[in-house]
Design a protein around this ligand. Structure first.
Ligand SMILES: *[C@@H]1O[C@H](CO)[C@@H](O)[C@H](O)[C@H]1NC(C)=O
Ligand SMILES: *[C@@H]1O[C@H](CO)[C@@H](O)[C@H](O)[C@H]1NC(C)=O
Ligand SMILES: *[C@@H]1O[C@H](CO)[C@@H](O)[C@H](O)[C@H]1NC(C)=O
Length: 434
């Protein structure tokens, strides 16, 4: 749901603990801090790498017209057909395992206050859908809203319903919950999101927890406490909903880059910033823009939730989404979010994400609208300080660029609204991928 995000510029710096303290004291303080962090971090063990899968909202919205549009309405049929595609078309093996329901599945609450799906559109119930999805080696995600209503006006999870709803989701064998924030106050969110995290934990079922909490509080400190979020949620929507256009991709990207000093350090295994779904396969992006969204979301260590019709997606768009090296980078075990490190005044930008084994991902991104731009740089210019000799593999073309020393000048040709993406690794490691 669209809210106007507030613009704030108060970057929060984390000062050193105690400058000049004796080594032992500092060490003690550091270990104590580590201990506290371990105790506080959300310990459901889930999402050590960003989640991957399919989420209904961007493409299928709140289409409940099953009489006239049975193939595309929010119904068990839609989720089963997407699950079939994930299982049969090579998605599951690459890690796209979540099949996630968004708004508009709820019918009502029954006499005991329990959530009941719409009986016409989900005639076999959510537990049946979960069983089906699990039988294909996939996971099921569901949606609720911490408030009087969901964003589209269905029954919400008010504070008195949080525990009951968590139990219902666990009984249905749901694997992820996206908890939206429409029709709630800041105070209700401050109580409700941690309450839901505790209620999910108390069910004993490991359910990944996706929180829209920060997006409703402007996404930035001091209103948003990111360490508290990481203790509460596995991922969170920081900012506005994505729409099917390049303009929307840039709008979200700009916000994430503007506030990268705040957002970049708070991501890591088990807790991720979520710039929202991938548009690839829909109507708003050109081929270059689709490649760019995939590359940029990957350097941002973003969840990869597709929201497109997997029954009719083109081979070209599948290639973008199923690029094995891209996914390996997105799923890097260190889980470090990348940053924009260069912004040229001629509308070329460079993003860098550090990866395991001394490797890195580089994305050269063009915001130009004229013609392919020949951009010259060197690894030394791009913050590479070690004396290693590197190789780079172009993530989309597979081309190998050999013998890159720090000072070696190279030229990449970046198309308008497009990217060149490199996987850069010390040559001593050998070719990392094919
Ligand atoms: C619940 O939290 C505890 C510690 O906070 C953790 O050890 C346990 O694995 C969690 N259980 C679930 C089901 O998330
Ligand atoms: C939720 O409903 C209650 C009871 O009708 C009402 O008092 C409250 O203001 C509502 N909250 C919001 C945020 O709309
Ligand atoms: C943020 O939340 C943490 C608990 O996770 C707490 O220790 C810290 O004091 C909070 N920070 C602020 C500025 O409120």
């Amino acid at each position: 749901m669209g809210r106007q995000a507030e613009q704030r510029d108060g970057a929060v710096g984390r000062g050193p603990l105690c400058v000049g303290a004796p080594h032992t004291l500092l060490w003690l303080a550091a270990s104590l801090l580590l201990l506290v962090a371990q105790v506080l971090a959300l310990e459901n063990g889930l999402l050590r790498t960003p989640p991957m899968g399919w989420l209904a909202w961007e493409r299928f919205r709140c289409n409940i017209n099953c009489d006239e549009d049975p193939k595309n309405c929010i119904s068990e049929r839609l989720f089963m057909e997407m699950a079939d595609r994930l299982a049969e078309d090579g998605w599951r093996e690459l890690g796209y395992v979540y099949v996630n329901i968004d708004d508009c599945w709820i019918g009502k609450r029954d006499a005991k206050g329990r959530l009941v799906p719409d009986p016409k559109r989900f005639p076999n119930g959510i537990a049946h859908l979960a069983d089906y999805v699990h039988s294909l080696g996939l996971k099921l995600g569901i949606y609720e809203d911490l408030g009087n209503f969901t964003c589209m006006g269905y029954p919400g999870t008010t504070l008195d319903k949080v525990v009951q709803d968590a139990q219902t989701f666990a009984e249905w064998k749901v694997d992820m919950l996206k908890l939206d924030g429409c029709y709630s106050t800041p105070e209700e969110r401050a109580t409700g999101y941690p309450k839901m995290a505790a209620a999910l934990n108390a069910t004993g079922r490991r359910i990944a927890f996706s929180c829209s909490w920060p997006a409703y509080d402007g996404g930035l400190p001091p209103k948003v406490n990111y360490s508290l979020l990481a203790d509460t949620c596995n991922l969170w929507r920081n900012y506005d909903d994505i729409q099917d256009s390049w303009k929307s991709v840039l709008y979200i990207l700009d916000w994430f880059v503007t506030y990268q000093d705040i957002l970049q350090p708070v991501a890591g295994p088990g807790h991720w910033n979520d710039p929202d779904m991938l548009l690839i396969g829909n109507f708003g992006l050109s081929f270059e823009e689709a490649q760019a969204q995939m590359a940029l979301w990957t350097v941002l260590a973003a969840p990869l939730f597709m929201s497109t019709d997997l029954r009719t997606i083109s081979a070209q768009n599948m290639d973008i989404l199923q690029n094995p090296l891209m996914i390996k980078i997105n799923q890097d075990p260190l889980g470090i979010q990348g940053r924009r490190i260069v912004k040229e005044e001629f509308f070329i930008e460079v993003f860098l994400r550090p990866l395991s084994h001394g490797a890195s991902a580089l994305v050269f991104f063009s915001r130009r609208t004229d013609m392919p731009y020949r951009y010259q740089s060197s690894l030394a210019t791009l913050n590479f300080t070690s004396s290693h000799v590197y190789e780079a593999q172009n993530v989309y073309t597979g081309e190998i660029i050999s013998d890159l020393h720090g000072e070696t000048e190279f030229t990449v040709t970046v198309n308008p609204s497009g990217v060149v993406m490199w996987y850069v690794y010390p040559k001593s490691l050998g070719k990392a991928h094919h």
